[in-house]
Design a protein around this ligand. Sequence first.
Ligand code: PMP
Length: 456
Amino acid sequence: MSGIEDLRNKMDEVTLDMIQLLKKRTQIASEIGKIKKNTGKGITDESRENNLREKVISLSKEIKIDEAISTKFLNFLLNESIKVQSTDKQTHLSIFLKAKSLEMQGKSIIHMEVGEPDFQPPDIVKKSLEEVFDKGFLKYGQAKGMPIFREALAKYVSKRFNTKVTQNNIIVSPGARFSIFSAISTLLNPGDEMIVIEPAWPAYKDCALNSGIKVRTINTTIEQKWEPSLEQIKNIINSNTKMIVLNYPNNPTGKILDDKLQDSIIQLAIDNDLYVLSDEIYSDYSKKKWKSVLSYNYEKSIVTQSFSKSHAMTGFRIGYGITNSTIIEKMAKLEALCLTNVSEPIQYVAMKALEADTSDNSNTVQNRLDMLSQKATEMGLDFVIPDGAMYIFARINKEGFNGVQFANSALEKGLAVAPGEGFGDYKNFIRLSACQNEEILEEGMNILSKIMSEEQ
Ligand code: PMP
């Protein structure tokens, strides 16, 4: 008996030592975070992480510990560092919230920070809101969504994306955001790795961090026209890599990948048995040929869609995921746990919205984006003309430019823009959204031009 007691005491000691070391490591991470902030460095440094990863792998070989376990443990430690260093990360949402509170104080603000179309949802939405009470879609329901709605979505998706899905391939969620969250957190385990191509919508990273999943970042650049190289992706795949996230048309760059590159990325994912999470909520806003990931019929792909942008229904909070029925069941379990189900009246309204012709929305956004691109070019902003989506991601080529400071000072002058930092290591970028009418956008760009010339 004393043998086991001794061993247990030793184990306790080791565990407590590890906690002490964790505290020490976290304190160092926090100090590094302060230096990074003061010097304008990004939080994640892939090459530095890789360096440490190699050391861990080599030690694992030397002391004969399973490499898969030690690298998962490393991923846990790296995520802890990221958490302490990201406490005051500023994104488009922080600027949006500041803008809202300034508006409450009576200030008028031009919103070019947020991706929220100013136009109304289709007329049929208003009519359906009136009729839903009598239609009786008012109760608890299946976590996956109402069968009648999923059936309608399956037909819509099959026709729109030239594929063949049934209602068993669909899960309804409160916005695409929740389908993204549930795909990441139900399919991956703590310590697993997920590839994100940056610049990227911040929630992919945040969902992963929340679930103890390590994000491996592929940095793309304006010089590369925001195109990731296959080599870059190949180089970071290891036995812990479980998913790659794609988002084309892209927020914030508006990029659409060429077919050939997209085909190769999907093939790489298939060869390495990775899930492909393809967030396609901007598919209605593409100016160039665009191919849905659904067209590959890859059983480990999860496509997310939403009514937020295509139907201007941001506040309804309704979107959906499309994938194989086994994954749907897994995601549905989490949805049942968190939400029971998406509000039935909202599902009914969205089902009716599918009948609307939204091509005017696509044209409106396209025209605004063209106008914004033209204005930005005239102003000499450094950006790649977007292939789609609703944004321009522009670099400000000025020594020491900081997007967060700029966004905060622009707010005082009545213009809200999104700092690049929210989308990755892009401190000298800002994102401008084309969600207001031409007149307002023009006014916004004039304010921007004035601020920039004042800052020369
Ligand atoms: N994906 C991307 C790329 C987005 O930009 C957004 C919202 N801005 C979402 C998903 C979330 O959309 P929803 O409103 O459907 O949750």
